[in-house]
Unconditional design. Structure first.
Length: 98
């Protein structure tokens, strides 16, 4: 059920980082690391599983919305997730951007 805005002590702008503000050029990140960065944490910060699930709820749509500014790399092994990084000139495999 909707809640009146007056029920909250403060309201904040719904601003998100751009990929260039969040990710370092030349680096690739898992969606788990991106989730931490979006919350101002270090990419390798220890968080509990429940918190990580909540953070992923924010990170996955962020990746989708910013897809035009990102590149993706397949996992190196079956045990690890994919990686995302800033799209830079020359950062996309030949033919992959067509």
């Amino acid at each position: 059920m909707p809640t009146d805005k007056d029920d909250f002590s403060a309201l904040y702008p719904c601003d998100f980082y751009t990929p260039a503000e969040l990710l370092a050029p030349g680096q690739m990140y898992t969606v788990y690391e991106i989730a931490r960065l979006l919350q101002g944490l270090e990419p390798d910060a220890e968080i509990d599983e429940g918190t990580e699930e909540i953070l992923l709820d924010w990170a996955i749509p962020w990746v989708i919305v910013n897809a035009d500014d990102l590149v993706v790399a397949e996992p190196r092994t079956d045990e690890e997730p994919g990686y995302y990084g800033l799209r830079e000139d020359g950062g996309v495999a030949d033919g992959a951007d067509e």
